[in-house]
Design a binder for this molecule. Sequence first.
Ligand SMILES: [Zn+2]
Length: 219
Amino acid sequence: MNSLKEGDDHSYNNFKNVLVIINNFRINNNDAWYTSGVVLENGKRLRVKFKDFKSGDADEVFSKGNFSKHDELDEFLRRFRPVSVPVEENECSTVIEGMTAYATYKVDGSIRYFDAIVDGVCCKEHKLEKCVCTFLLCWKHGPGEGTVTAQSIVDICFIMSGAPDPRVTDFAKLVMEKLSSQSSLTPKTPFLSRKTSSNQTLNKSQVSSSVHDIFSCSL
Ligand SMILES: [Zn+2]
């Protein structure tokens, strides 16, 4: 258990020795992915630290009180995933049309990372170690959302799946316990007064199954 005292230095570097798994974490306000680490403070709050921002000012800190519904927790968990792996130049044939990739996008002279769908591949003959193929990426997020750009293999990474950092899972369990205790205190709404569309019902079942999947993965 990692615990912090008030006044501790919260810079990313001070935590690198205790961070075992580094996640890609998508910051809410711009949909870009950032390499980050997480710390569960006092077993209560989840602090997300960003590799690109050395001071602790950019940290995002979450507590149980930030969540009032299961779908908020589910959306939160979707913001974490394992670090992406760059596609090697000799692996270019594995990047195929229709797949979703994690890729670099230049914004105002700096590089950001977003998800994109491979819209087309222009293969060319080349030596294994030097790919000269072109990949058309349709951006799912960020300033280029919905547009297509031509990229090279060095811009593209594989999206990795897997269980989130165990500290994220531990925090999610705390939130789930809180939400469960809340719902047991709330009187059941009569069925006829519910204004639930079929879409909302579908979303709710997806939410509960995905949260369940994450916990299953961690067992
Ligand atoms: Zn190639």
